[in-house]
Design a protein around this ligand. Structure first.
Ligand code: ADP
Length: 187
């Protein structure tokens, strides 16, 4: 199973990816998690990325693609993957198509988890209390949502054009959303 998850910040991509990872026994590859690991390890890349991430902006396409390429080359990705947080703009979408074609693993499904903006602001505020992520403050969240609307939402049409897009409603319980996604994948 080779799957790309799309959706606004706070739409539940990470939560759903964790469930799908168990279901299909494939890795959950989150570029946000990869970047946060680099930040925590205080690598040169991580230190540079932190400045950009704390402002809610996008890290450079080349850096994120490089990280992703390395991650996809690991053994556990041989049987597929769940991508979360990539592609985040049309340039990344083209880069990803190229990379996946090169390694002979084109994406089979792109699933958009649709949630309205008011709902995601509330969800992230809750997560901020629990996890204390530096980029979950209210003003940064607004900037991240704006970047999503301007740069990431066009990626939806990219996958529509490739005829692999499905949209599921992201409201309701985790299990309800999971059920909707699994129904699409089993179809
Ligand atoms: P969310 O989906 O909740 O916005 P992520 O964990 O996916 O959070 O990403 C957190 C931050 O990491 C982003 O705001 C951005 O700065 C950076 N990031 C993650 N993925 C990418 C990407 N594909 N391209 C550029 N920057 C990225």
């Amino acid at each position: 199973m080779r799957l790309v998850l799309l959706g606004a910040p706070g739409s539940g991509k990470g939560t759903q990816a964790k469930v799908l990872k168990k279901e299909y026994n494939i890795p959950h590859i989150s570029t946000g998690d990869l970047l946060r690991a680099a930040v925590a390890a205080k690598t040169e890349l991580g230190l540079a990325a932190k400045i950009v991430m704390d402002k809610g902006q996008l890290v450079s396409d080349e850096i994120v693609l490089g990280m992703l390429k390395d991650r996809l080359a690991e053994d556990d990705a041989k049987n597929g993957f769940i991508l979360d947080g990539f592609p985040r703009n049309l340039i990344q979408a083209d880069m990803l198509d190229k990379l996946l074609t090169e390694i002979n693993m084109p994406a089979q499904h792109a699933i958009l988890i649709a949630v309205d903006p008011d709902e995601v602001v509330g969800r992230i505020a809750k997560r901020a209390e629990i996890e204390g992520r530096a980029d979950d403050s209210e003003s940064v969240v607004r900037d991240r949502i704006k970047i999503y609307e301007d740069q990431t939402s066009p990626v939806i049409n990219h996958y529509k054009d490739h005829e692999i897009l499905s949209e599921v409603l992201g409201t309701g319980s985790i299990e309800e959303v999971q059920h909707r996604i699994l129904s699409v994948l089993r179809f």
